[in-house]
Design a protein around this ligand. Structure first.
Ligand code: 13P
Length: 249
């Protein structure tokens, strides 16, 4: 199992001005990280150019979405080549907010996952159920999301995949999942991937937890050996909270 821990900051549209983005970025790059940690910051597209292009082994740049076609008459699209040109190495795909407000279907998510992995980007695929009390949720809903997103993804590309378990009821609510339940979900996701690609790939898969992660609870998730890190929304845009998260393991 991968022992490195990943802290992925999804700024969503919380940061809306260049000055704010520069300020937050300066805080993140100055932060001291413990060994074995990697931070990926995913700002809104217009702020990608504010990030230094120099490669760093502990700090990477991510995007919050991408289009699957490589170029052409696609008004409003941001392509993989554009992202790479800005030094982007990671991309979030299938976030529940995009599935909901941009009406992204499982088929769209699969197209984006295949195109991004084919282009050599690291993909953070988001999955998660809507209601907490639905006991069939993890096997039925999350299992189906994982399988459809990975349709026709070749095994060699799996090393660049993260799957973020983000229960929708925990996103932005201040009510995070319990570390135990997040661990069970992460083990289930590994099993689904193991059934598709073999045990070795299932065990090597990088699984993240996301949903109301903050400075107080981040360590509880990150310290689980079956969870490789956290995907943080709102708290990643608050200096004190985010530094607290970086400091918490
Ligand atoms: P919050 O941390 O704001 O709950 O958001 C989680 C999330 O959706 C990260 O992608």
């Amino acid at each position: 199992m991968n022992t490195k821990k990943f802290i992925i900051a999804n700024w969503k549209a919380y940061i809306t001005a260049q000055k704010q983005a520069k300020d937050m970025l300066a805080t993140v790059v100055k932060a001291k990280l413990s060994k074995g940690a990697e931070v990926v910051v995913c700002p809104p597209f217009p702020f990608l150019s504010l990030f230094p292009k120099t490669k760093s082994s502990i700090f990477s740049l991510g995007a919050q979405d991408v289009f699957w076609e490589s170029e052409g008459a696609y008004t409003g699209a941001v392509t993989l080549a554009m992202l790479r040109d800005f030094g982007v190495s990671h991309v979030i795909i299938g976030h529940s907010e995009r599935r909901h407000f941009a009406m992204e279907s499982d088929e769209v998510v699969n197209r984006k996952v295949r195109a991004a992995l084919q282009a050599g980007l690291r993909v953070i695929l988001c999955v998660g159920e809507k209601e907490r009390e639905d006991s069939r949720a993890i096997p039925e809903i999350v299992g189906a999301q994982v399988k459809s997103a990975l349709a026709d993804v070749p095994a060699p590309h799996m090393k660049n995949l993260f799957i973020a378990y983000e229960p929708i009821w925990a996103i932005g609510t201040g009510v995070a999942d319990t570390p135990n339940d997040a661990l069970s979900a992460s083990l289930y996701i590994r099993k689904v991937v193991g059934d598709l690609y073999g045990n070795k790939i299932g065990m090597a898969l990088k699984v993240l937890y996301g949903g109301s992660v903050d400075a107080k609870n981040a360590a509880l998730f990150m310290n689980q050996s079956g969870i490789n890190g956290v995907l943080v929304g709102k708290a990643s845009t608050d200096k004190k909270e985010f530094l607290g998260i970086l400091d918490s393991f």
